[in-house]
Ligand binder design. Structure first.
Ligand SMILES: C[S@@+](CC[C@H](N)C(=O)[O-])C[C@H]1O[C@@H](n2cnc3c(N)ncnc32)[C@H](O)[C@@H]1O
Length: 349
């Protein structure tokens, strides 16, 4: 039920640098509280969302009561974006003992305390085949009495983000129409050129004189620059490298059987999924469509749909991690509009 006619109240668990919060705020939600333990992500979050009560601690040590005064009547939405690495296909070192596996369940006390009208989960599609997911959704339905949606697969590219990014969302509803909440609006397609085509060639390395502190290129080794010079512009890959420039570990392997390392993005296509290594050409198809360099942090932020005014704190590697881990705010905006529709519909009935 909507708390009053104007304000939809939300809590953001595992808020990171704030992609979910930004999408929710843009859609008209009031995010009152957030939790994350990463110092640099929290610094970024605070810089952009100073009005939110951010608790910078391990969620396992946080009591829901720490937010009770901010939720005087009813919580409309609890957003949960637990770490996805344990369930990601990109993680080749998965372990059953990874303590992050059970972080989803840490949301249970928050649901018991606040009984939010909607519970929203965002993660990688791999989460849905885990015991953690089965336990949590069974608990939500059988014990907590929520109507629970099927896992819904989304691609950020269908929601106005210039990036292929497969995600899984799930919504649980109590007292509001679930069918409205899961009818996620699409948005006009955006491509790499739309997002970064207007940016000037960057300096190499961060300089004081740089007008945009995020738009600087990494320094590549002379050998990697020669490699990039051999990769065809606008979408070329490392299969075009002559034998003497191939990496020993790539020799004899088909491009598709390994990864897109050293590949260039294509102007008229969406970017590949940005990871925490999104400014490193050795970790994916993260080379600029035509310049002989990896994309800059500014380009990564735009391909993840962060506006230029969004402030990122930390060093280059910490910022790349925050960007790669983020929920694209534009995709979250589309999702938030559906969630809002469900909450608003209920309040009119
Ligand atoms: C997928 S990222 C969240 C992305 C974020 N929701 C956004 O919209 O940009 C997962 C976050 O969980 C945080 N995290 C991991 N373990 C945690 C814990 N035990 N307690 C609190 N936060 C944790 C990480 O620091 C990371 O920022």
């Amino acid at each position: 039920m909507q708390s009053n006619n104007e304000t939809l109240i939300a809590l953001d668990l595992f808020c990171g640098s704030g992609g979910v919060t930004l999408g929710l705020k843009d859609a008209g939600f009031k995010v009152v509280g957030a939790i994350d333990l990463n110092t640099k992500a929290c610094a970024t979050y605070r810089a952009n969302h100073p009005e939110v009560r951010l608790v910078e601690r391990d969620i396992r040590e946080v009591s829901p009561c720490e937010f009770a005064d901010l939720v005087p009547k009813k919580l409309d939405l609890l957003a949960i974006c637990a770490p996805c690495q344990p369930f990601s296909t990109q993680n080749r070192h998965k372990s059953k003992d990874d303590t992050r596996n059970d972080l989803l369940s840490t949301a249970i006390p928050f649901i018991e305390t606040f009984t939010p009208s909607l519970v929203f989960i965002e993660n990688v599609p791999g989460l849905q085949s885990s015991d953690v997911f089965t336990f949590f959704t069974t608990w939500l339905h059988k014990i907590a009495g929520y109507a629970v949606s099927e896992p819904i697969k989304l691609n950020a590219a269908d929601h106005g983000v210039p990036q292929r990014r497969a995600r899984m969302i799930l919504v649980a509803a109590k007292g509001v129409p679930l069918e409205d909440a899961v009818r996620i609006a699409q948005a006009e397609k955006k491509f790499v050129r739309d997002a970064i085509g207007d940016l000037p060639p960057p300096s190499v390395g961060r300089t004081e004189a740089n007008p945009d502190p995020l738009h600087f290129a990494r320094k590549h080794t002379p050998l990697n620059i020669v490699r990039l010079q051999h990769i065809p512009k606008d979408g070329g890959g490392r299969e075009s490298l002559p034998d003497h420039l191939q990496l020993a570990c790539h020799k004899g392997k088909k491009s598709s059987s390994f990864s897109d390392t050293y590949g260039r993005m294509r102007w008229g296509d969406v970017a590949p999924t940005l990871t925490t290594g999104c400014t490193d050409i050795t970790r994916g198809r993260f080379a600029h469509p035509e310049q002989h360099r990896a994309i800059t942090l500014r380009e990564a932020a735009r391909l993840q749909s962060f506006p230029d005014h969004y402030v990122f704190k930390g060093n280059a590697s910490e910022i790349a991690t925050q960007i790669g881990n983020a929920v694209p705010p534009q995709m979250m905006h589309c999702i938030a509009q559906s969630l809002k529709k469900a909450l608003t519909r209920q309040s009119k009935d």
